[in-house]
Design a protein around this ligand. Structure first.
Ligand code: BGC
Length: 426
């Protein structure tokens, strides 16, 4: 059977400020991109899709797909350009966008920290600074006070594990450090920041729904018969996602993390947020891909069952409704994105898990951090010169799934049947 019904699963799309807005020169990623060799294709975030000015057009286009949900982040450096200074025009700009979404019946889910923050915060050490958490909490208070009448679904921190491994282990994200001591320290600080933000948001807005967007992936040993690979897989999984997820959700800090005195064990989530892209095959302390498997244009394994595996793991531990806060694919020419969407949604629906929402990453092609603007994840094509937007075939498919409440056999034949994934066969 190729068709399926959504059975109440609600669809949306997911984005992040620096990746789509353009223009801003006051954040850590702008500074990072000015350093030569940091961004694979040499592109800079201030040239991305200009959503800061074209948000009306984008919101109209979004509404035309029929999505019910939109996940976006706010650019802290726009709202608080210098420490303690509020830019009211930036707040108003976000208020206008949020109001337009609501007017179209699209529910916003707002991320408070998605990899980017102001240069002044970065320059003082960000979460390395002893007051980093406190400064973040002041910003959270400001945002919830200013926008809480328009938003009540919040993600405190996006992918703490990717932020930490990118910035403090691999050195590919700002601040470009490679130090295990920093990894543990920043994990502690982010878990603390999330827990205190969770409490603060609920104090300001008792009905809020708050969670973290955790990047989760299955890990498999490269060689099934190798005890070394098994041990390594366990270790990488524990360090990358197990300990940090546990600390953020429950306030229990497993070694090598350490619970700060201000934190008590508890339940610090209303929803389980999962970002899912791929599976890792473990050979060393890094992220490898198995041979002879379907892969995306940037070599990530396409493995829909993994989405269900990580959701089942998280649900067994934390027992709460699940939102897939990101899932998407780098398919530069939109040759197989519809198949990817079909297979992942079908797996979600068949899982029997309480998955309420699915946010596809992303809407308009964006700026992919250290990889620059070359990888295309969007349902909508962006012309980098003219900034023209064109709905892709996969975007039309997504809209038709929403309109039909699922994938009919006819939709499957029209959009999916002819699509084939690339493979990395050797
Ligand atoms: C991040 C996004 C990113 C996506 C695809 C996730 O790790 O949250 O910001 O664009 O992966 O690379």
């Amino acid at each position: 059977m190729s068709g399926f019904e959504l059975n109440g699963l609600q669809l949306g799309v997911s984005t992040a400020s620096v990746q789509i807005e353009g223009g801003d020169r006051n954040n850590n990623w702008y500074d990072w991109a000015q350093q030569s060799g940091r961004i694979a294709d040499g592109s800079v975030p201030q040239n991305t899709g200009d959503h800061w000015n074209r948000w009306r057009e984008d919101t109209e286009l979004l509404a035309s797909t029929g999505v019910q949900h939109y996940r976006m982040s706010l650019e802290w450096s726009r709202i608080e350009p210098s420490q303690g200074v509020l830019d009211e025009s930036a707040v108003l700009r976000y208020r206008n966008e949020l109001s337009a979404l609501l007017a179209h019946g699209i529910r916003p889910l707002v991320t408070l920290h998605h990899f980017s923050h102001p240069s002044w915060f970065e320059n003082m050490g960000a979460f390395e600074h002893p007051d980093g958490v406190l400064i973040f909490l002041r910003y959270v208070r400001l945002v919830v006070t200013e926008l809480g009448d328009l938003v009540s679904d919040w993600i405190t921190i996006n992918e703490p594990n990717v932020y930490v491994t990118g910035g403090y282990f691999a050195g590919l994200f700002p601040p470009g450090k490679q130090s295990l001591a920093h990894v543990v320290k920043i994990f502690n600080r982010l878990a603390t920041a999330h827990i205190l933000a969770y409490e603060l948001i609920h104090e300001l807005q008792p009905h809020a729904v708050v969670g973290v967007a955790q990047h989760l992936r299955p890990f498999q040993p490269a060689l099934y018969w190798s005890p070394w690979h098994h041990g390594l897989s366990w270790f990488v999984e524990y360090m990358f996602q197990d300990a940090i997820t546990e600390a953020m959700c429950t306030g229990r800090f497993k070694l090598p993390m350490r619970r700060p005195r201000a934190i008590r064990p508890g339940r610090y989530y209303d929803v389980i947020g999962i970002n899912y892209y791929s599976r890792s095959t473990v050979v060393h302390l890094d992220n490898a891909t198995a041979a002879n498997v379907p892969v995306t244009d940037i070599g990530w394994e396409i493995y829909p069952q993994g989405l269900v595996d990580v959701a089942r793991w998280a649900h067994a531990r934390y027992d709460a409704p699940i939102w897939i806060t990101e899932n998407g694919v780098c398919d530069n020419t939109d040759r197989y994105r519809s198949r990817f969407i079909h297979e992942h949604l079908q797996a979600v629906v068949a899982s029997g898990l309480p998955i309420e929402r699915y946010y596809h990453w992303c809407f308009v092609d964006n700026w992919e951090w250290d990889s620059g603007e070359t990888p295309r994840f969007g349902l909508v094509h962006l012309d980098h010169e003219t900034h023209d937007r064109t709905m892709k075939q996969s975007g039309r498919f997504y809209a038709e799934i929403i309109a039909n409440g699922g994938v009919t056999e006819e939709l499957y034949r029209r959009y999916v049947a002819g699509q084939v994934y690339p493979r990395n066969d050797r």
